[in-house]
Design a protein around this ligand. Sequence first.
Ligand code: SAM
Length: 260
Amino acid sequence: THFGFETVAEAEKEARVAGVFSNVAASYDTMNDFMSLGIHRLWKDHFVRSINPGSSSTIPSSGWTMLDIAGGTGDIAFRLLDHCTDINNSPQSTITISDINPSMLAEGKKRSLQTSYANSPRINWLVANAEHLDTVESNSVDLYTVAFGIRNFTNKEKALREAYRVLKPGGVFACLEFSGVTNPLFDAVYKRWSFGAIPLIGQLVAGDRASYQYLVESIEKFPKQEEFRDMIKDAGFVVPGKGWEDLTGGIAAIHKGIKP
Ligand code: SAM
């Protein structure tokens, strides 16, 4: 359409998501720790290990060109770079950290100053909507990651098509996202925790109930494992194995696709 949005509802969703993440940017990490009891750190570590970035079996010695979408505070990107350097001896690997929200990226930049990547030429910062990665060339990326981001996108199919476009043939799409708890009893406990405690914690710790209410609802609405796997396939990716790995009983899941 003329405004680049599919509908008014989509434009509204985008504005609401922008508001939520501007509100939570500063308290984002603390809140993640509270809400997930620290488990999100283990998931992120596992996510990165499972990708094994910087490994030389598939990519030449120039290192990996990585793109972390919805990269917010740099949480995933710093881990990816660490893994490239420490595990795979690939200090040449680089990453673009991209997010639609400048406040989240500003928080990431601030945090990078406390890491060994302060002002590092290995990191490039990009404010962009995952649905329109206009400044990222087609077939230019070895690894596309998105962690706890895609459920906030207005048009997920479009974002998946963009992921496909920017990846090189053989490049990997890897997504870490909340998913569906597979055990009904555990699911009941989990729902009580998320719908009951999380908005309350949001109110008490960050003084912002509404944003955390939104986060819980967005988790509930996001497609479950099989459906999301099929969306990845529909975007053109080849999906290895069954297509996903459940974490903590399916509270979160890792989905992967390879561009043929
Ligand atoms: N990846 C980080 C992590 O795992 O901690 C941050 C995840 S945070 C929950 C979600 C991020 O998605 C926010 O920084 C938000 O600004 C970003 N986001 C939401 N919609 C987006 C879009 N359409 N394109 C790019 N980023 C988006």
